[in-house]
Design a protein around this ligand. Structure first.
Ligand code: ZN
Ligand code: ZN
Length: 410
């Protein structure tokens, strides 16, 4: 077996053992792009070998997706198939694990009208809301891994030919996901221990407010008194530990819905629905976006903010040191799962219920009553850099440094 095959096998093992942590007799539902077939085949094999009962793969293809956006009538974007929602509900009831294996293509929909993209996102978000809430509440384990696409490789390494570009991107993916280490499973466990130390520190401090200062950013974020910092992975309601994002470098919690004030400037492009928003900023008052700007993708950003009331409020506060395996590559990946793990970020939209004590037991109304944001969307945007300072304010009003020049002080 050559070294690529070996790495591919190790990467599949990370997805199955660390990512969704498949249990004996469990079902696994995989959403995969055709470009990722070489990895998906290994994942399916591995999953059965460790005891999965049934592995179901649903394929998607960029060309097919693009054709729909280009040529389908408007009504094709207004209805989400009921059988599809039903299949998810059935799998959830069976306790299946969910795995996404995607090959990002950041510019796939760049020539499609933002309205069409927003319509479909909204239609599917409404149809899948109940399913998504159950998944976001960690009813079952779920995870995402990515593989190269030729267009993505071309965007990142325009100087290389197609084959070289894809190989280069695989190299980075194997590095960033710790696949290229001798014992990736052990490395992931050590990584978890390191993240736990930060979580313990922050959960003991119970800061009531975070104060962000950087170029173009002057922002305060109040945290709910019952906030919980989580990271490194989650635990299902049945007690199975899993890692939703491979890689993951962040620790994160939920902000108070009405407690965000000031201005924040993005430090990386945001790829939303396969179209790019660049150099944007938001101004918040009492938790709500009251002004925004974007040098590129203004209309897309506007549509995103118009999704619903909760799209104008924050749902996640995440800390990531500037000194991390992804940011150390010096590459902007134009992919949220990679870029968010290279930079402190915030998310517009729904909170993760597990970021609040007893949050997974709360319904939408309970969350609202507790001043926590709910929305059809959850969209991360990056605002960290080597210039970012963050202070934490303690219950008695003392300010303590948490980040200086983009890195942990603790
Ligand atoms: Zn995050
Ligand atoms: Zn997020």
């Amino acid at each position: 077996m050559d070294s690529f095959e070996k790495n591919l096998e190790k990467y599949a093992e990370i997805a199955v053992i660390i990512g969704v942590n498949i249990q004996k007799g469990q079902e696994l539902a995989i959403n995969a792009s055709l470009d990722s077939a070489c990895l998906v085949r290994k994942i399916v094999e591995k999953a059965y070998k460790v005891g999965a009962k049934n592995v179901m793969v649903q394929w998607t293809d960029d060309e097919v997706t693009l054709s729909k956006y280009k040529y389908a009538p408007d009504e094709a974007f207004e209805k989400f198939p009921k059988w599809k929602v039903g299949s998810y509900e059935e799998m959830l009831n069976n306790g299946a694990a969910f795995l996404n294996v995607t090959s990002p293509n950041p510019d796939l929909l760049s020539d499609i009208s933002p309205e069409r993209i927003a319509n479909w996102r909204k239609t599917s978000a409404i149809a899948m809301n109940n399913v998504r809430n159950q998944i976001m509440s960690d009813k079952v384990s779920w995870s995402s891994v990515i593989t190269p696409s030729k267009d993505w490789a071309k965007k990142l390494f325009p100087e290389l030919n197609e084959k070289e570009g894809i190989n280069k991107l695989w190299e980075y993916i194997f590095k960033i996901t710790r696949t290229d280490l001798d014992d990736p499973i052990k490395a992931w466990k050590e990584h978890k221990t390191n993240i736990n130390k930060k979580l313990e520190y922050l959960n003991n401090k119970k800061y009531k407010r975070l104060i962000y200062k950087s170029e173009g950013t002057d922002l305060t974020i109040d945290l709910p008194s019952a906030h919980v910092w989580i990271g490194g992975g989650s635990t299902t309601q049945d007690g199975i530990f899993f890692v939703p994002n491979i890689p993951t470098e962040e620790v994160f919690t939920a902000p108070l819905r009405d407690g965000v004030n000031g201005t924040v400037k993005s430090t990386m492009p945001l790829n939303y629905g396969s179209s790019l928003i660049e150099n944007f900023s938001f101004t918040f008052k009492d938790g709500k976006v009251i002004d925004f700007s974007a040098e590129k993708g203004y209309e897309t950003l506007k549509k995103l903010l118009e999704t619903d009331e909760g799209a104008l409020h924050l749902g996640e506060v995440a800390l990531v040191p500037n000194n991390s395996p992804i940011s150390n590559t010096g590459i902007v990946f134009y992919n949220t799962m990679y870029d968010e793990n290279a930079s402190c970020h915030l998310a517009l939209g729904n909170i993760y219920p597990s970021c609040v004590k007893d949050g997974t037991k709360m319904n939408r109304e309970d969350l609202k009553k507790n001043n926590l944001n709910t929305s059809l969307i959850h969209v991360d945007f990056m605002m960290g850099s080597s210039k970012l300072d963050i202070d934490g304010e303690t219950e008695d009003g003392k300010l303590e440094p948490v980040f200086r020049n983009g890195n942990w002080t603790v």
